[in-house]
Design a protein around this ligand. Structure first.
Ligand code: SF4
Length: 240
């Protein structure tokens, strides 16, 4: 549980010294919360669905909504039940807000899609394990697509990847929202391992150079793309 360091007026009564339920975000009514249980890469199992159905019925959760990030949001929870909901789900609270990697979104890629060239789900799972929850200066979203059709919108994600015959193309610094930006291509023809390593370097650069709450897109606008490229693409001593 996280202590609130500010006051929120609810029904005329300020909530002071209250606790912010873990993994939850406040709703418009300022009385209820949403949570987003983890469903890595948007892959859903019968067990996951059964757990969701169980808590929705038990806690009378009014809204279950698919998000644009291939996740299920449970919305309208009273704060006092949120810990119990996580316990019943058997899950640790998932990052839905805050300054960290929120999610890795991946398309079906060559595992399923007839256009797929590379295995977006496999690389997505590697990145999900490595990155989700990682503390960073601002929120960070990752989109991986198995071919240049880019169904997971890599050019509009903080980190984007799409597959071509010779390997992955890595894009950094895209965003949608109020001030959209098309990301910059950092490297092409990467293997899975090279992509994972290069993304880690990009995030290290981001950590070391961004102001608090600054997204990668705004960092690149402020400093330019070349310093980032120099930092992440230049071989270190001992590297060929
Ligand atoms: S990006 Fe390509 S592989 Fe992925 S779903 Fe779209 S068309 Fe299929």
């Amino acid at each position: 549980m996280v202590k609130l360091s500010y006051h929120i007026g609810i029904g005329g009564i300020p909530i002071t010294e209250q606790i912010l339920p873990r993994g939850a975000f406040i709703q418009r009514d300022k009385q209820t919360y949403g949570i987003v249980p983890r469903s890595p890469l948007g892959i859903i199992t019968p067990e996951f669905l059964e757990k969701i159905a169980h808590v929705v019925r038990k806690y009378d959760i009014p809204i279950v909504k698919m998000t644009s990030a291939q996740r299920l949001a449970l919305v309208g929870l009273k704060p006092e039940v949120i810990e119990d909901v996580w316990t019943d789900l058997g899950m640790d609270p998932a990052p839905a807000i805050g300054h960290c990697v929120h999610y890795v979104k991946a398309c079906p890629g060559k595992a399923v899609c007839r256009f797929g060239i590379l295995d977006a789900l496999n690389l997505g799972m590697l990145l999900e394990k490595q990155l989700v929850g990682m503390d960073l200066p601002g929120k960070t979203k990752v989109g991986i697509s198995g071919c240049p059709n880019n169904c997971c919108e890599g050019y509009l994600r903080d980190i984007g990847l799409f597959g071509k015959k010779k390997g992955w193309t890595l894009i950094v610094g895209g965003t949608s929202g109020r001030k959209p930006r098309i990301g910059d291509v950092i490297a092409e023809n990467l293997t899975d391992d090279q992509a994972v390593m290069l993304i880690q370097k990009c995030l290290d650069y981001y950590k070391n150079n961004a102001k608090p709450r600054e997204r990668i897109s705004r960092l690149i606008e402020r400093m330019g793309i070349e310093p980032l490229k120099d930092a992440v693409l230049a071989p270190k001593k001992g590297e060929s």
